[in-house]
Design a protein around this ligand. Structure first.
Ligand SMILES: *[C@@H]1O[C@H](CO)[C@@H](O)[C@H](O)[C@H]1NC(C)=O
Ligand SMILES: *[C@@H]1O[C@H](CO)[C@@H](O)[C@H](O)[C@H]1NC(C)=O
Ligand SMILES: *[C@@H]1O[C@H](CO)[C@@H](O)[C@H](O)[C@H]1NC(C)=O
Ligand SMILES: *[C@@H]1O[C@H](CO)[C@@H](O)[C@H](O)[C@H]1NC(C)=O
Ligand SMILES: *[C@@H]1O[C@H](CO)[C@@H](O)[C@H](O)[C@H]1NC(C)=O
Ligand SMILES: *[C@@H]1O[C@H](CO)[C@@H](O)[C@H](O)[C@H]1NC(C)=O
Ligand SMILES: *[C@@H]1O[C@H](CO)[C@@H](O)[C@H](O)[C@H]1NC(C)=O
Ligand SMILES: *[C@@H]1O[C@H](CO)[C@@H](O)[C@H](O)[C@H]1NC(C)=O
Length: 883
């Protein structure tokens, strides 16, 4: 009977380094198989220099509490750039063991106030900026002396653009595309690095390369750029602390120098050009021996508009490498490379050697059409990287301030002196470095591949913010996609910090002019645009926080987000009349990408747009009432519950025709939303509607008939309201178009924007909006985890787990794991044919369940429907007979 603490975390940081919270809440996860183990109290020890009541420097604190998540920081607030260490142990109920002390976990704050930046100003090169075109990346540098006995050194840094920093010729940290993308007029992320090992006694130098990035680059559909600024710059503070307690600070100021260098252009959509012949001129530029007398002076800029804050989520990193699966010649003689996986990142060229001036250009594409790269879906994005060789021996190179969504690449200009082999090019996979928390596998190979595609689309589109797509001239933080996919995302990876920052930006955008309207994408571009509000999309301001609460159980974060949810429902949604349904005048996306919508009119759905909008409004108002209850606002709970009842009656009046519960549109989406969102109050009508939905689905040969709005509701409606889980299994495992597995049998390795992004004849859909890497339709994975896998939260934060597998579709086994805030929970089941006692063959259902300490599970057995409540530990269940 073992129990221990496997991880201790602060707030929602993966690594609590350079954080903004001065009293970060503390959470721990458990490991071990202890049965029915429940925490009764905990001890926390803090080790900090500024506060140490004990001789050994520790501060200890004990609390009788079952809480193991988000417990209050027990000491005085941390000061700016203060470091402390924390550990915890937990005690069980009477007769149950205690955990050993957890490992010590370090926490360190960043720079908490503007004064802490010690005069560091944003600086730019003293030169004309390329306002109307791509900006040439700039190299900034500064020499400095350091004394002996360095105790620690920290670099605090951000850019007006994207940066990569070096100290004494060594790259600082391993983040890429930093500081990521925020609503820069409100929030500008800076990063903190431990550079103790890079600073040496004597002469030193710091160098920073800055590219235009999202801040100053070309962005969104037209040829527009400079949304937050037209000048590249950097702001940083290097703090060196000596063993004798004194510090030396090197801040960006007018003593720095700047220059251009071998990165001659680098743009998010269009790619990078790197001229290695220019390396000679800057060799050693980030080391102290370098002579920068012919470099440009720099000038200081006015302070950044957005508040300088640390990131809430993890940085973007290079996380995987992939070798080419095939290098071949296309019909037209081009050299093509297939990486076997649609991915996001870039290519590294390894040890290439050729004459000086050799131009190697890589074009990237997700699919081939007629055997050549399909570049049309990229629209105006060039997605091309160029390396010009210096001719001085072999070189290895990868781009810096761009990324591409691709499975295939075309290689032009590879030099003849170097054989092109599968070792010559490496695919670098790049995304936000989220902790993976969810796994799913079952006996159905195509469904497993689909699940892998869902994960790859999440990886590819969770790059600093969640984007609709990663490849064309768009890549925006579309709110509707995020709303549909939230629950799936929160299962596959720990997204709490990632979304927290995004919701902060959303709330800032909503308050821009007091309208409380949620923009179509966050960050909104142009930053001063006045989007008109749209249902489903804007509803992420309610659905997003609620999905986070279900996944992570953090009431504190919910309280932080509750005002944005209220703002949207109280004010942002334009109504027909006060407290009424959606105003009918503005545009709506509705059931976007309904499979029957024509290629050029994705919003032309079979379900009325305002039916969809109103259904979501009713549901979001109900969610808001639940949220009010959870954050301890009973008056709000009563208010929104009453509004919900009223709106539901209005919905029935507007969209249910006659008194038999028929919906205005006889579509999968109309019925799925009405059933999944609890819009029926008459049981007879509800039963009739469930039968109608089943008829519609059967009449459509079990093919998908839903778009963005209806897709996440369809599975739950068939399972919970219609008692027709088998019908949904038939849809889920369908391989004809439109269906989820159609994409898999068409060799898709990510989920697509359109049900038929690749047509059955193997050609690319003619629509101008055709991505092969859109995560929204992957939202069905949430149903797969809960229904095939049998794993879902029964109470917010997985404090109680619902284990309710509903086998079907001929699937004979599944193994589903989730690392919750309490520890790993796992459900594994098998259907076996065994010898019965009378000599006959019988079917047997075997279920294994692992429940982490300090939680409980409600297990529902699929055949008998029997429900068992269990505490932590490992359990096995068996049932005989057909399901
Ligand atoms: C502390 O150490 C630094 C670096 O060795 C040195 O430059 C400085 O003079 C020292 N200060 C004191 C007060 O000893
Ligand atoms: C190539 O090497 C030569 C000799 O070492 C050197 O003079 C020249 O600057 C180098 N050129 C580049 C582009 O590195
Ligand atoms: C390299 O070649 C590509 C075509 O393959 C061309 O578009 C580009 O302008 C060239 N770049 C340079 C710097 O010569
Ligand atoms: C505020 O934003 C809304 C919607 O974006 C817009 O219609 C309205 O004109 C704006 N009001 C002001 C005062 O800017
Ligand atoms: C859906 O129902 C609305 C309201 O009755 C109707 O106006 C609309 O034409 C219907 N849509 C379709 C595609 O039939
Ligand atoms: C429920 O709907 C049925 C069928 O339309 C109707 O006959 C019945 O009167 C309704 N019940 C209530 C309580 O309204
Ligand atoms: C659900 O359907 C199954 C058969 O598919 C049936 O045995 C069961 O009674 C139904 N449950 C309810 C609540 O209608
Ligand atoms: C899928 O891959 C198989 C095996 O490589 C190939 O035969 C088939 O043509 C591909 N289908 C499409 C639509 O590309």
């Amino acid at each position: 009977m073992a129990v221990s603490i496997s991880q201790l975390a602060l707030e929602h940081h993966r690594v609590a380094f350079g954080i903004a919270e001065t009293q970060p809440r503390i959470s721990w996860r458990f490991a071990g198989n202890a049965q029915n183990w429940e925490q009764s109290s905990y001890d926390i020890e803090l080790l900090r220099s500024s506060e140490s009541p004990h001789r050994d420097g520790t501060f200890s604190y004990s609390q009788a509490s079952g809480d193991s998540r988000y417990v209050p920081w027990p000491g005085a607030p941390l000061k700016s750039a203060e470091r402390a260490r924390v550990r915890a142990r937990a005690h069980g109920k009477r007769g149950q063991p205690s955990t050993p002390w957890s490992d010590w976990v370090a926490v360190e704050t960043g720079l908490l106030t503007a004064e802490d930046w010690d005069g560091a100003a944003p600086i730019a090169a003293d030169r004309e900026t390329e306002v109307g075109g791509p900006k040439r990346p700039l190299y900034f540098r500064k020499d400095f002396l350091a004394g002996k006995d360095v105790e620690s050194a920290r670099l605090y840094i951000t850019a007006l653009g994207l940066y990569e920093a070096e100290i004494n010729g060594h790259r600082v940290g391993d983040a890429v595309l930093a500081p990521g993308w925020q609503s820069f007029n409100f929030r500008h992320v800076y990063d903190t690095y431990d550079v103790t090992g890079l600073v040496k006694a004597g002469g030193n130098a710091i160098g920073v390369v800055v590219g235009e990035g999202w801040f100053a680059g070309r962005l969104a559909f037209s040829d527009s750029r400079n949304f937050w600024g037209d000048t590249l710059g950097v702001q940083s503070l290097l703090t060196v602390t000596y063993k004798n307690g004194t510090t030396r600070k090197i801040a960006t100021d007018e003593s720095w120098r700047a220059n251009t260098g071998p990165v001659t252009s680098s743009e998010i959509y269009d790619g990078e050009t790197y001229d290695s012949r220019l390396e000679a001129g800057i060799e050693g530029w980030s080391s102290d021996a370098f002579d920068d007398t012919d470099w440009l002076a720099v000038k200081t800029l006015s302070p950044l508009k957005g508040k300088l804050v640390p990131a809430d989520g993890p940085p973007v990193r290079r996380l995987e490498e992939r070798k080419p699966e095939r290098i071949f010649k296309s019909a037209s003689g081009k050299t093509l490379i297939d990486f076997g996986q649609n991915m996001v990142g870039w290519l590294r060229l390894n040890k290439v050697k050729g004459p000086s001036g050799t131009n190697i250009t890589l074009h990237h594409a997700e699919v081939l059409d007629n055997g050549e790269l399909a570049l049309r879906p990229l629209r105006s994005a060039k997605a091309a990287d160029t390396l010009i060789l210096h001719g001085n021996g072999s070189q290895t190179w990868e781009p810096h301030f761009t990324f591409h969504g691709f499975r295939f690449a075309q290689m032009d200009g590879w030099p003849e002196d170097t054989p092109l082999t599968s070792d010559s090019v490496t695919g670098i996979v790049v995304h936000s470095d989220l902790e993976q928390t969810g796994w799913f596998e079952c006996s159905h190979a195509l469904l497993n591949q689909f699940h892998s595609n869902v994960r790859w689309s999440m990886k590819g589109n969770f790059l600093s913010i969640s984007t609709d797509c990663p490849q064309r001239d768009e890549r925006l933080g579309w709110t509707g996609d995020a709303h549909a996919f939230g629950p799936t995302a929160n299962f596959l990876y720990d997204t709490a910090g990632f979304w927290r920052g995004w919701h902060r930006d959303m709330y800032s955008e909503m308050q821009r002019n007091g309208s409380m309207r949620v923009p179509f994408f966050v960050p909104t571009v142009p930053p001063d645009s006045n989007d008109s509000p749209a249902a489903v999309w804007g509803d992420v301001s309610v659905g997003g926080p609620w999905d986070l609460f279900r996944a992570y159980g953090d009431v504190g974060m919910l309280k932080e987000q509750y005002p944005q949810s209220r703002g949207w429902i109280d004010k942002g949604v334009p109504r027909q009349a006060e407290g009424g349904l959606w105003d009918r005048s503005g545009p709506q996306f509705g059931d976007w990408l309904d499979p029957k919508a024509p290629p050029e009119d994705a919003g032309a759905a079979t379900t009325a747009k305002y039916l969809v909008a109103d259904a979501y409004l009713v549901r979001m108002t109900e969610v808001l009432a639940d949220m009010a209850r959870a954050v301890g606002d009973p008056a709000g709970a009563d208010k929104y519950a009453a509004q919900h009842d009223d709106l539901r009656a209005k919905f029935q009046g507007a969209w249910m025709t006659g008194n038999d519960g028929q919906m205005a549109n006889r579509t999968q989406t109309a019925y799925a939303l009405a059933l999944a969102f609890g819009l029926y109050t008459n049981a007879t009508q509800r039963t009739a509607a469930a039968a109608t939905l089943r008829d519609i689905v059967a009449g459509n040969d079990y093919l998908v008939g839903t778009g963005f709005a209806g897709t996440p509701a369809l599975g739950p409606a068939l399972r919970d309201a219609a008692n027709a889980t088998d019908d949904f299994y038939r849809m889920l495992l369908q391989t004809r178009v439109p269906s989820w597995l159609y994409q898999v049998v068409q060799n898709g390795t990510t989920t697509w924007e359109r049900w038929d992004s690749l047509l059955p004849d193997g050609h690319v859909n003619p629509g101008s909006m055709t991505s092969f890497n859109h995560y929204a339709f992957g939202a069905v994975a949430d149903w797969v985890h809960a229904t095939v896998g049998g794993l879902a939260p029964a109470e917010p934060g997985w404090k109680v787990v619902a284990v309710e597998p509903v086998p079907g579709g001929g699937i004979t086994s599944a193994d589903t794991r989730f690392v919750s805030g309490y520890g790993e929970v796992r459900v594994k089941w098998n259907e076996n044919v065994v010898d019965g006692s009378g000599g006959g063959r019988r079917q047997r259902f075997d279920l294994q369940v692992w429940v982490p300490p300090n939680t409980r599970a409600r297990v529902r057995l699929p055949r008998s429907g029997k429900v068992r409540e269990v505490g932590s530990g490992f359990y096995e269940f068996h049932e005989e007979g057909a399901s």
